[in-house]
Design a protein around this ligand. Structure first.
Ligand code: SF4
Ligand code: SF4
Length: 374
């Protein structure tokens, strides 16, 4: 396992996320299957992974307890590093949360501690509630080794937060993958942190698994260049090649996943310039093949007998296809008709200059909403 120096210690390039541990009977809301989850921890430790990420509310609070039993109680305390997080919205009482986390994990210190999911609508709560002063005291007392935060904020707010409290941050965790680098604000976020010399822990390197399954036109040239590399492996290789990236987190639910990820991080072949160019074009192909090219001209809306705000639903459908559950819920907030009200009359298609098969998209969204119970 490749390692990289971090403030005097050596961290594995691959870190294990503990938010998607295997569940009993694979039920979506089932208890953690300790036997299978422990086997993953054992495989991770045997493979040289030494960074284990959890949070207050993962698995309803059971993820921290699981790590306490499967990792902290079974391996020498200096053979791994634990990261966990304070989530303001789940519980404002940061003192209680921190001490309870020490109890759950069965340890007297937490190696990496984060303010969790800093976003535009909550960052002021983190800045004003007193938690950062408290966490700095814990770091000074040795109960926290390194302090950071995870961010889903806009670049503007990320900049404000990174510069707050005299920049005490040892590291920051952001969503980073080649798709968001091209089509979202990841590149700007990365540059903000790089310019401040803050090491980056990466979450969602495969975009919640979405980049593990590309469209055929996107995958073909990648397979031709490296028949042995999976699409997920391309995504992991790309993100680990960024100089400011310290450790790449992957939430692993099966032994097969961790075996594949460990194999990728044990293979030192990095992306050549030609590979990077191929991946950039594959990303564009993936985006184009997946996207609905609605220009929001609204030529279709007046004639829809179901009263659906078609361009709004299509814009959200693009996000849903990229794995956003939030966008699926947002479809319910669109005023007017809903996808399941579509009667398939094709009036919209006749008026559409982009030739979009809107009834097919409505059927797809309707099915996705029903499956998700939204
Ligand atoms: S096919 Fe569906 S979305 Fe299109 S106009 Fe008819 S009812 Fe509206
Ligand atoms: S006519 Fe086509 S491009 Fe225009 S808003 Fe409707 S779906 Fe979008």
């Amino acid at each position: 396992m490749e390692r990289k120096s971090f403030r005097g210690i050596e961290l594995s390039r691959l870190g294990m996320g503990n938010m998607r541990l295997p569940r009993v009977g694979d039920a979506p809301d089932g208890e953690i299957d300790y036997g299978r989850a422990e086997a993953i921890i054992d495989y991770a430790m045997a493979s040289g992974i030494n960074y284990y990420d959890t949070a207050w509310m993962y698995h309803g609070g059971k993820s921290e307890e699981f790590l306490g039993r499967a990792l902290v109680a079974r391996y020498p305390r200096d053979s791994f590093y634990v990261a966990t997080k304070f989530h303001y919205q789940s519980n404002h009482d940061y003192k209680y949360v921190f001490n309870e986390q020490l109890r759950r994990l069965g340890t007297d210190h937490i190696d990496f501690y984060l303010c969790h999911a800093v976003m535009d609508n909550v960052y002021k709560d983190y800045l004003d509630c007193g938690c950062i002063d408290y966490l700095l005291e814990q770091r000074a007392a040795g109960r926290i080794r390194y302090l950071g935060f995870s961010s889903h904020a806009t670049p503007q707010v990320l900049r404000i937060f990174a510069d707050s409290y005299g920049r005490p941050w040892d590291f920051v965790q952001i969503q980073c993958n080649y798709y968001d680098w091209r089509y979202s604000t990841t590149r700007e976020e990365y540059e903000i942190l790089r310019d401040r010399g803050i090491p980056i822990m990466v979450m969602e390197p495969v975009r919640g698994g979405r980049l593990a399954q590309l469209t055929p036109g996107a995958e073909r040239p990648l397979r031709a260049a490296h028949p042995d590399w999976t699409p997920a492996s391309w995504a992991l290789r790309w993100v680990r090649s960024l100089p400011q990236v310290q450790t790449v987190l992957s939430g692993m639910s099966t032994l097969g996943q961790i075996q594949n990820n460990v194999a990728t991080f044990s293979d030192e072949e990095s992306l050549s310039e030609r590979d990077k160019g191929l991946l950039e074009r594959a990303c564009e192909t993936f985006h184009d093949e997946l996207s609905i090219p609605c220009t929001a001209c609204r030529y279709c809306t007046d004639t829809c007998p179901a009263g659906i705000d078609i361009p709004q639903v299509l814009a959200l459908a693009n996000k849903v296809r990229m794995g956003s559950q939030g966008a699926l819920r947002d479809i319910r907030k669109v005023e007017g008709g809903q996808p399941e009200n579509c009667v398939g009359c094709a009036q919209c298609t006749e008026h559409c200059p982009q030739g979009i098969d809107t009834p097919a998209v409505m059927a797809e969204m309707s099915e996705r909403l029903a499956t998700a119970g939204v």
